[in-house]
Design a binder for this molecule. Sequence first.
Ligand SMILES: [Zn+2]
Length: 522
Amino acid sequence: MSIRVYRNAAIHTGAGGTPPAQAMAVDGETLLAVGTEAEVREAAGPGAELIDLDGAAVLPGFYDAHIHTAQYAQSLGAVDLRDVRSLDEALAMVAAHAARLRPGAWLFGGRWNSNTWDPPAQPDRYALDSVCPDLPVALPSVDGHTVWANSAALRLAGIDAGTPDPVGGEIVRDASGEPTGILREAASYPLRDLMVSPDLRDLLRAAQEELLALGLTSVHDIDGEDCRAAYLELRDAGELKLRVHKAIPMVHLEAAIAEGRRTGQGDDWFRTGPVKIFSDGALGSHTCHMSESFAGEYGNTGIAVTPYEELVALFSRAAGAGIAVATHAIGDRANHLVINAYEAVGPTPGLRHRIEHAQHLRPGDLARMARLGIVASMQPVHCTSDIDLVDHLLAGHELASYAWRGMLNVGVALAFGSDAPVEHPNPFAALYAAVTRTRTDGTPAGGWQPEQRLSMAEAVTAHTLGAAYAAGEEERKGVLAPGRLADFIAVDTDPYLESPEAVLRTKVLTTVVGGEVRRRRI
Ligand SMILES: [Zn+2]
């Protein structure tokens, strides 16, 4: 391939402290030179193809360290109940959606939050049956930890009055013992295994276009083995346009070990990631594992989805087989136990373990994370979405919550992502949340716990190089320098010159992955 020179740009290389470069030469998939236009054209030699970026600001491509791309892809064509304000409104949307589906198809969607409904009552399966009696429906709540299913879905999953509650989950029942259709945590797993899209490859092909348009060039995917298979098919067909670091679901750990899968295996387009393990639930479902009761719910300290001894056994089993571990932990007790478990397993050279979300920690645990080299994989928009919930449910707890500043101060490596489809995958929304700690309407003024805010440079780094570090790819991605992958974006708003409010509205003009323009705004 001939050499290309991308020129006429303010290139923030991510190398820290250096003034913006003007041009970059790309040879194949990698950067050949980065610097002034004269330096770069000299390095590129005569005959290089010139591509003008019209004076735009350029950044390393964003890397989402925690995204469910299969679920996100499904959500693009699914019913979205996030802004619904009553049960009737939710049912009307489900009914309209069901009318468009083929017989036997799953109705995908969810993101409901009955706490915000008028009246705020938990829904049941009979309500769903009234608008969708035949198609199976199972709708995860906004935090994904509670599922609202209809009778057809429960029948398919074999869940009835005689089904015992699984370890780490609850089948909510009425006075006569019949399931109401509300399934918490592990109780919903049998349904999730059934909810497979027949056309995931097509959905992912469409979803990657959306992600590229948002400025994402790499993802750590947290979804299942069907998603892995679909990505491998896309790659083999030459249709994969963004780079994938693919996690292994906990239930597939043994199968992955048996086939010799190891973290880091693969190439720059598709690499095996860590095994994903759950240690607790989530705040919105009152299932994150806390040291003290939720305010107003004496005795309820959440759910330990995986008991401590099992965490230790899983961690050592995975690490012994060369597989890094990424553990979901939201509550302070969950985070404490996960850190203890990593400590108990001891050093595992070459493997970077992580905590996913790391939302509420005992203040003393931040330094332990740093000392043990545990990466904090966090999602800034979760913080601003959760402000009211934290103020209400965790009032009086002594916690370091969404403590990005505290983590950087003690040396914890931060990797940012979105957890889409829980939140929108727009990385500029993450930058805005990280530097302001306000909602997009500017509240609360001055930011929530503003001492934990980051600078724009720190936020950009966590969403680019930080995510690459979590994947062991910091020598390939996240910095625009000779020898690194030519993954970058040109944007209409320079985040280092403009206000956070302007950065939030950034439009990505051009997305380049592996030296090729994969998406251009028209
Ligand atoms: Zn997630």
